[in-house]
Design a protein around this ligand. Structure first.
Ligand code: G3P
Ligand code: CA
Length: 312
């Protein structure tokens, strides 16, 4: 298993990187990361340093969801154990207005909701209160060793990512079901201490399949780094660049030419737009999208992709 690198190695690499770039050392909280021992590969340093160093990034999709139940704290920890800084999640809203981390808009696939609430007629996330969802087992479907894992609230999830010193690619899922979820998400981020300058620059990206949602997030918090999930035609990229810094496409929909076209556009903060593609879980595919020039890979199996492409 991958061992998380030593702080001393972090400092050594960062010092070298900053000497090369003329940059200023970030705070300890920024947690800039390092060359992996013996590989020569480079870990993610967060968007600010990524830009300086041109570092490609791996994201653990729904956490390291090949190894732990998706979108649980166990999946965050599994990514941590693999040495993966960035985790991706999905945020939705309960009946009583709490934000929870779950992918599907129903509770059936990843929890025991039908057993706990056998008489209900709807299994939608938005038809259950946070207290009801907190009773559900979100781990047993994946494996008995995860029995008792819960659907985390966004606040619980943010606290775990922070205590692991990881970074978050936060997806607002199906915002059309939850009017105002952008403000709700920003409120929880603020309450959890995730909207400070260092965090915003180095530890957080907000994405959605909904352009309206990304546009709303950008207008409410123009300092946040945002990504649009999809593959807009090249001719439309400039329009997306008004409110997004990144375009994150499904890997089947892209080509080297399209990636180069995205790189030819400057995003909402004036930097070259990035492309982080999903969901890539095998070595051959990882090498294929790497050759297309993508900047990041969102994967359920970050160890497999790391081995293939040498990124962190
Ligand atoms: O981060 C990209 C990816 O999560 C989008 O697909 O359905 O897994 O949310 P989905
Ligand atoms: Ca997602």
């Amino acid at each position: 298993m991958y061992l998380r690198p030593l702080a001393a190695a972090t400092a050594a690499f960062l010092g070298l990187a900053l000497a090369l770039t003329g940059g200023t050392a970030p705070s300890a909280a920024a947690g800039a990361r390092v060359a992996a021992p013996g590989t020569g590969a480079v870990r993610s340093a967060g968007p600010e340093l990524d830009r300086l160093l041109g570092v490609p990034v791996l994201y653990a999709h729904r956490g390291a969801s090949a190894y732990a139940p998706e979108n649980t704290l166990a999946a965050v920890d599994a990514a941590y154990e693999l040495g993966v800084d960035w985790v991706e999640n999905d945020v939705q809203r309960t009946k009583d207005g709490q934000l929870v981390v779950i992918h599907d808009d129903t509770l059936t696939r990843t929890t025991d909701v039908k057993k706990v609430f056998p008489n209900r007629t709807s299994w939608k996330v938005g038809d259950f209160t946070a207290a009801e969802i907190a009773r559900l087992d979100a781990g047993s479907w994946f494996g008995p060793e995860f029995a008792g894992a819960r659907v985390p609230t966004l606040r619980q999830y943010l606290d775990r990512v922070r205590s692991n010193e990881q970074r978050l690619l936060l997806e607002i899922k199906k915002p059309e079901l939850y009017p105002g979820i952008e403000r709700d998400t920003l409120r929880v981020l603020e309450q959890a201490g995730w909207l400070g300058e260092d965090t915003v620059r180095n530890r957080l990206v907000v994405q959605s399949f909904s352009a309206d949602c990304v546009r709303t997030v950008h207008s409410l918090r123009p300092d946040l780094i945002t990504a649009f999930l999809g593959t807009p035609p090249v001719g439309d990229l400039a329009r997306y660049a008004e409110f997004a810094d990144r375009i994150n496409p499904w890997h089947t929909t892209i080509s080297a030419e399209w990636v180069a076209a995205v790189h030819g556009v400057r995003g909402a903060h004036g930097d070259t737009m990035r492309v982080d593609t999903w969901i890539v879980d095998d070595a051959a595919l990882a090498r294929k999208v790497q050759a297309m020039g993508v900047d990041g890979i969102i994967t359920n199996a970050p160890d497999v992709v790391r081995e293939a492409v040498g990124w962190f």
